[in-house]
Design a binder for this molecule. Structure first.
Ligand SMILES: *[C@@H]1O[C@H](CO)[C@@H](O)[C@H](O)[C@H]1NC(C)=O
Ligand SMILES: *[C@@H]1O[C@H](CO)[C@@H](O)[C@H](O)[C@H]1NC(C)=O
Ligand SMILES: *[C@@H]1O[C@H](CO)[C@@H](O)[C@H](O)[C@H]1NC(C)=O
Ligand SMILES: *[C@@H]1O[C@H](CO)[C@@H](O)[C@H](O)[C@H]1NC(C)=O
Length: 584
């Protein structure tokens, strides 16, 4: 009898899950790549048209101080999925390169990390990742899929394993080849000069040169050079492919209607899950370079191909909102929109067109911890649950999505590790007015770069920088010479005492405060240094997923849908007919 009652209660519980909006809502997380906060109408842009994204703001909540956990894709996305600073999972680099560049690298989001997708899946959610992943693939062999989305709690994956890059699209230039060609040229010169001088020395009779050993050395060098050249000339085939679950479906990927295809996949996923709670992460390739847009958008915006890409993404957001409405799902769905980091201001095409976005009044951009690099759009929509047209000025983080959706799904937060994010719902619903983030730590890869302190009893937002990137040319707003800013050595200037700003008075980070202009300078600094100390003590040594060893191309990890000698080519996508996006 007891059991029967229990069963009945359970059944009702399950019914409630589907009909009751405040628990187990559907979760849709939309993430743009390199979109600037100043690119959206709802954040003040007057010339780019983003009516659908603006609708999220009008009918939902706008976060004005939404902070990415890192100004680079791989670490920011790792933090987003785990609710933890990337340094805790080993997803923050000590060397110069802070992101994965190749599909056949062995690093990636470790299996021990708990993603929100894993926890929601355990709670019975249908989970899908559509679009860009950029958190690793294989570890030891080309089919262990140790770091693949399906190993991190997603039931379904359709998208790009690594990232969109100029090298992925013909005619868009290369992030690599310029540097490589230069170094190969130099190597050949050095080898040549060495050979000639050795031969001379030998001829004169000064030295007995072991020509045979030298020959082997040269042969090996030549082979390495050929492999390198082969790799970079075949970059598209080896690194830019589309997958459906574990299968490669288009190698190299085609940009034709790409956003339509991602959108269609997302709409179909929603259609398959109207009766059960679902988690959809739609991670756009827009607006990272190589820029692209379909026929309906190309040449339509006032801001070149970049603007076309933004407007196409906005169209896609509109398609998602439409299908929710048609399926009567909008009141039981939480929709979130953000960007993984600020706009990449250094992105300028070879013809001089701006291929990077706009960070509004904020300084710097992607790869820096100036506000332009980390202050990203943060929009949340949930009709009937969160008040339309609300603005929240408090500091929030992209790590907050983790505890927020875990709680909404009725799952338990992991108790064996530190979670750095905080549940957003109390703030969104006006139950509290102060953010729980008293401190936020801003890392440049693995290096603590800056700290934000919002004291509980004041309106100030203090931000100190221990170092700042050296912009070049000097006086510009970015590191144009190197395309991105780096985190150490001659690329930065250290500050002792640290630079101090009050973002509540100086959001543009224009005039650093000094002990003369801010009488509490050292008190503020001391509080922040104590917080740094406490934070640093909470870190544990973990394997570095972005070490050189884990970043390099490992041929035995290469995924290839035909044999390597058939140059890794296939296209199952174009064989299917691509109907217009509509919700069946
Ligand atoms: C709107 O965005 C474009 C593209 O990033 C930018 O060039 C422009 O300055 C922005 N306009 C305003 C008014 O913010
Ligand atoms: C792309 O979409 C357009 C419009 O929907 C269609 O006419 C065109 O055939 C599509 N291209 C491909 C390669 O499917
Ligand atoms: C959704 O919520 C809004 C706002 O509370 C309400 O006006 C509307 O009737 C609801 N729609 C449905 C289908 O429940
Ligand atoms: C110290 O750090 C831990 C871990 O991040 C955090 O939970 C705690 O609130 C911090 N304590 C203080 C006093 O800042």
């Amino acid at each position: 009898m007891r059991l029967l009652v229990f069963l009945i209660i359970c059944q009702c519980g399950i019914k409630n899950v589907n009909s009751h909006s405040a628990s187990n809502p559907n979760i849709i997380l939309l993430m743009a790549d390199d979109l600037g906060i100043g690119d959206l109408g709802c954040y003040g842009n007057r010339t780019l048209r983003t009516p659908n994204i603006d609708r999220l703001a009008k009918e939902g909540v706008t976060l004005t101080q939404h902070i990415a956990a890192s100004p680079l894709c791989t670490p920011s996305r790792a933090a987003f999925l785990t609710g933890r600073y990337p340094i805790r999972s080993g997803m923050a680099a000590y060397s110069r390169v802070g992101v994965f560049l190749f599909s056949a690298s062995s690093g990636g989001l470790p299996s021990e990390e708990i993603t929100f997708s894993k926890l929601l899946k355990q709670r019975g959610y249908s989970t899908a990742l559509i679009g860009k992943w950029h958190l690793g693939m294989n570890r030891e062999s080309s089919n262990d899929f140790c770091h693949h989305p399906l190993s991190h709690g997603f039931d379904y994956f359709y998208g790009l394993a690594v990232t969109n890059l100029r090298d992925c699209k013909l005619g868009q230039g290369s992030v690599f080849l310029k540097g490589i060609e230069k170094s190969i040229g130099t190597s050949i010169q050095i080898i040549g000069i060495t050979l000639v001088s050795l031969a001379t020395v030998h001829f004169i009779g000064f030295l007995k040169v072991p020509f045979q050993a030298l020959g082997y050395c040269l042969l090996i060098t030549a082979i390495l050079l050929v492999v390198l050249l082969f790799f970079f000339y075949n970059f598209r085939y080896l690194n830019c492919f589309l997958m459906r679950n574990h299968q490669i479906i288009q190698q190299p990927l085609s940009y034709e209607n790409l956003t339509q295809r991602l959108t269609k996949e997302a709409v179909q996923f929603i259609g398959r899950n109207t009766d059960a709670p679902f988690l959809l992460v739609l991670s756009y390739l827009h607006v990272h370079t190589a820029l692209y847009a379909s026929k309906n958008f190309i040449g339509k915006s006032k801001h070149g191909l970049y603007g076309d890409a933004v407007e196409e993404m906005d169209w896609s957001v509109g398609q998602i909102l439409d299908v929710l409405e048609k399926r009567n799902l909008n009141n039981k769905t939480l929709v979130y929109f953000t960007s993984d980091q600020g706009a990449h201001v250094e992105e300028i095409s070879s013809s001089g067109e701006a291929h990077g976005g706009y960070n509004g009044i904020y300084k710097g951009g992607k790869s820096t911890n100036w506000e332009g690099g980390i202050r990203v759009p943060g929009l949340l929509l949930w009709p009937g649950v969160i008040q339309a047209g609300t603005y929240i000025y408090e500091p929030t983080s992209n790590m907050d999505i983790f505890p927020t959706v875990i709680k909404l799904a009725g799952a338990q937060l992991p108790y064996d590790r530190i979670i750095d994010g905080h549940d957003l719902m109390p703030l969104l619903q006006g139950k509290i007015i102060r953010s729980k983030h008293e401190f936020l730590f801003h890392y440049c890869n693995a290096y603590l770069n800056a700290v934000r302190w919002h004291p509980r009893n004041s309106e100030s937002i203090w931000k100190v920088f221990f170092f700042t990137p050296n912009f070049n040319p000097e006086g510009s707003n970015g590191c144009y010479d190197s395309h991105v800013c780096f985190c150490y050595g001659r690329f930065v200037t250290r500050h002792d005492p640290p630079l101090l700003f009050d973002l509540s008075r100086d959001p543009e980070e224009k005039v650093p405060l000094t002990p003369e202009t801010e009488s509490h300078f050292y008190e503020i600094l001391n509080v922040i240094l104590r917080a740094v100390d406490n934070h640093t003590k909470s870190l544990h040594a973990v394997p570095d997923q972005l070490s050189w060893d884990n970043l390099l191309w490992k041929p035995w990890l290469q995924l290839c849908c035909s044999s390597l000698f058939q140059s890794c080519y296939c296209d199952y996508e174009s064989e299917e007919n691509l109907p217009e996006v509509h919700s069946e």
